[in-house]
Design a protein around this ligand. Structure first.
Ligand code: SF4
Length: 195
């Protein structure tokens, strides 16, 4: 399935109750041939208003971290575990994540990235069954033939300069790992996920 087709599917989706309260569904955005797909939790207020992922304060932090690591937003593809904003920015429910999983699966299949960057606990749990993101961030996981890099969600760094630095360090590491993959180097896998 082509990425434009997937976007249309997201925009018209009514598979879970979140469609009733959204302003816009927020499909992923970016380079459809990206080497890295970033996966966050869910759209926030700005994203819901604009129909674009990571356009608010968290998005700015991520963009800066990418640029400092020699990457730009147009190089990568950015999406979320659920594509519609949960009311009051609550964490998406298990049934909402399950309903939206097919969209994410289609995006990843269409783009076929070299590595997926999982941002924050919700994405970590949804994609790799993990928890305690700050314990595992900066590590590479492999699961079902794909490579994953784990980092914090940029929203966690909005009022915390220390976490901005951590995110920027992680993006530097990710950039180095991607170069290694492209060079055909052996990539050190920290964890093989059970999922
Ligand atoms: Fe559909 Fe996902 Fe939006 Fe639910 S969150 S309505 S499954 S696009």
């Amino acid at each position: 399935m082509k990425i434009e087709q997937i976007k249309r599917g997201v925009i018209g989706c009514t598979r879970c109750e979140l469609y009733k309260t959204r302003t816009h569904a927020v499909p992923g955005s970016g380079n459809p041939c990206a080497d890295i797909v970033f996966v966050g939790e869910a759209p926030g207020r700005s994203e819901d208003l604009h129909g674009e992922p990571f356009v608010g304060a968290a998005g700015n932090i991520l963009s800066t971290a990418l640029e400092k690591a020699g990457m730009t937003r147009s190089d990568v593809y950015i999406t979320n575990v659920v594509k519609c904003r949960p009311p009051d920015n609550r964490v998406p429910l298990q049934e909402e994540r399950a309903a939206c999983q097919a969209h994410l699966r289609e995006e990843i299949k269409a783009i076929n990235p070299k590595i997926i960057c999982v941002m924050g606990n919700t994405a970590f749990h949804s994609l790799l069954g993990g928890s305690s993101i700050m314990k595992f961030r900066g590590n590479v996981f492999s699961s079902r033939g794909r490579l994953y890099f784990v980092s914090l969600h940029p929203a966690a760094a909005i009022y915390n300069q220390k976490l901005v630095n951590v995110l920027e360090d992680d993006m530097q590491s990710l950039s180095g790992i991607l170069k290694g993959i492209k060079n055909g180097d052996d990539i050190h896998i920290d964890y093989k996920a059970a999922l």
